[in-house]
Design a protein around this ligand. Sequence first.
Ligand SMILES: O=C(O)c1ccccc1NCC(=O)[C@H](O)[C@H](O)COP(=O)(O)O
Length: 212
Amino acid sequence: MKVRVKLCGLTTQGDIDAAATAGAAYIGLVFFDKSPRNVSIETARSMALHAPIGLAKVALVVNADDATLDRITASIPLDMLQLHGSETPDRVAAVKARYGLPVMKALGIASRADVASAQLYSGVADQLLLDAKPAEGETLPGGNGLSFDWRLLEGESWSVPWMLAGGLTPDNVAEAVRCSGAQQVDVSSGIETAPGQKSAALMAKFVTEANS
Ligand SMILES: O=C(O)c1ccccc1NCC(=O)[C@H](O)[C@H](O)COP(=O)(O)O
């Protein structure tokens, strides 16, 4: 089965072209002021309108309120919302109901207990994104290039689709897929030459290696 790849934190129309050429299934647009990958609503809209049909456009937000989500969803044609903060299952349900879009909840994994906590969202989120936990004092809740122990997912079954994320690169993604059993993977810093600077060559290599 082909591994579906989400390339996150794209910031230009050129990045969209490169993601489509590489064979990505999803692209992620980050709405978080402190991120080097943050995009304005205007930029995100032009990128989303530029994306070919079939490339799913995901808006990533962190503990966003309804006013923020209203602005994003009113302006940008989207296929999914990614909640990357400390949103509760009730908040996930409320966002789903208000916007009528599929919601992916990102969850930090560092222990078996975290895996059990992530399962609490499988009844409410449409997808889960299993990511590394940020280091203490880290500014960004994600996109830090940190991996978690993929063996924590061994033997786990999920009732909704999930993506593996955190510290994936073209060099380790094939092993990560083998070890975790992931059918979907997400990457941000592993396809960059500098924070926020995506590389078309690394995108292509990542998608190829994810399926090797
Ligand atoms: O990428 C960011 O700057 C970011 C900012 C705020 C919240 C989440 C963020 N990224 C999350 C992602 O979707 C990343 O793709 C995921 O955490 C994996 O990142 P990386 O380890 O850099 O591949």
